[in-house]
Write a protein that binds this ligand. Structure first.
Ligand SMILES: Cc1cc2nc3c(=O)[nH]c(=O)nc-3n(C[C@H](O)[C@H](O)[C@H](O)COP(=O)(O)O)c2cc1C
Length: 367
């Protein structure tokens, strides 16, 4: 009798737990949002207009540019004479990973180049100048629409942080990438041979291990993580876990899971696999240093990324050996440019499209 009673209590308790668990799961899912809702929101942001009658439409496209930690560290200020000033938003610095604002100005350059491609595609003329402080002035005027293959690539491009399929890139596409990724003062080293890729893999893994062992680096990264679609949509910035191929989590679990379930060995294996499954790696090295040169690196890199996208080639940044300052000389030597400061490392190849990263509403970036 006692056993029967105990079993009954257990069963009742279990039912209650399942019931409350199920209810909890429902609440959690509602708060987290779904990837479908997120995809619909994203589609409304990643639209290519037929015409642009005001500057905000151009700015909206420019904000789809890649940028470090997806902080979107920029402000667009309309000025007299159809000019648009692109200025850094220093409230969106990431002082640990980017103490000298190198990435911040590269990101500004990526936005500037996206603006230029958008303007040309939508029938505006666009002349750009970057001053020594890194501020960009875009002089816009009426022009003839000359949309090229890079124009639709603005909305299609993403940093695809998945494993690729290791297929080599055909030679005509490689030539187009070299053409897009070089400019006066900007060198591009392409590494496609298995030996080169495995050397680079070892450097990236070593730099990643150094970064993730640093509590300040982890804390800064964590502050830009968005663990579910609702959080990404509410903030409009940061790194959505689904965009890195990871599951969504409630906000209250996400930061704890980040610490608790972080497995250095699994992370190392994942990064190593991502690098070796890439068709190649591109290292950008500017001859000069400072905000003006870094904006230029961003402009050239974005042409490279848009060209890749237009040709069905995915890409993602693996900047760890650039971010860990003491590893830069080894990287520079590896690409045959000893003594210079490497700016960016990008891997490219063929892989699936992942959920896109969020963006802030255009009003919040226009001054
Ligand atoms: C200067 C710069 C540095 C970046 N460094 C990294 C990096 O080391 N690792 C990474 O996964 N993504 C890196 N990114 C990619 C950004 O995280 C990405 O652009 C941002 O999250 C927006 O996503 P999207 O490129 O898909 O639009 C970098 C981007 C820029 C412009």
């Amino acid at each position: 009798m006692a056993d029967v009673l105990r079993r009954h209590i257990l069963q009742t308790g279990l039912m209650a737990a399942v019931a409350s668990g199920a209810a909890g799961a429902l609440v959690v899912r509602k708060n987290m949002g779904t990837l479908q809702e997120y995809g619909e929101w994203m589609a409304s942001i990643r639209r290519l207009p037929d015409t642009a009658t005001d500057l905000s439409q151009l700015v909206a496209l420019a904000t789809l540019a890649p940028n470090s930690h997806n902080t979107q560290p920029w402000t667009f200020r309309a000025a007299a004479g159809n000019r648009l000033l692109l200025q850094p938003d220093l409230n969106r610095r990431t002082p640990v990973v980017d103490p000298d604002d190198h990435h911040l100005f590269v990101s500004l350059g990526c936005a500037a180049e996206t603006l230029a491609v958008a303007a040309m595609g939508l029938g505006w003329s666009c002349d750009m100048e970057t001053d020594a402080s890194g501020e960009v002035t875009a002089s816009l005027g009426p022009g003839k629409a000359r949309p090229d293959a890079l124009f639709p690539a603005i909305v299609d491009r993403q940093s695809t942080r998945s494993t690729y399929d290791a297929r080599p890139v055909p030679i005509d596409d490689m030539i187009a990438l070299v053409d897009a990724g070089t400019a006066p003062g900007i060198n591009l080293a392409l590494m496609t041979e298995p030996r080169e890729r495995s050397q680079m893999r070892d450097l990236i893994v070593a730099a990643n291990t150094a970064q993730t062992a640093d509590p300040e680096f982890r804390a800064e990264l964590k502050s830009w993580m968005r663990y579910n679609p609702t959080s990404a949509m509410n903030n409009g910035d940061g790194l959505l876990t689904a965009a890195t191929g990871n599951p969504s989590l409630p906000d209250w679990i996400g930061p704890r899971a980040f610490d608790l379930f972080y497995d250095p060995d699994a992370e190392t294996d994942k990064i190593a696999q991502q690098v070796t499954s890439s068709s190649g790696l591109a290292v950008f090295v500017a001859e000069e240093s400072g905000p003006q040169a870094w904006v230029q690196v961003g402009r050239v890199a974005q042409r490279f990324l848009l060209t890749a996208t237009a040709r069905g080639i995915k890409s993602a940044f693996v900047n760890q050996p650039v971010e860990v300052a003491w590893m830069r000389p080894a990287l520079a030597a590896m690409v045959g440019l000893p003594g210079q400061r490497p700016n960016l490392v990008v891997r490219f190849g063929y892989g699936p499209t992942l959920p896109y990263s969020p963006r802030r509403p255009v009003e919040t970036v226009m001054a």
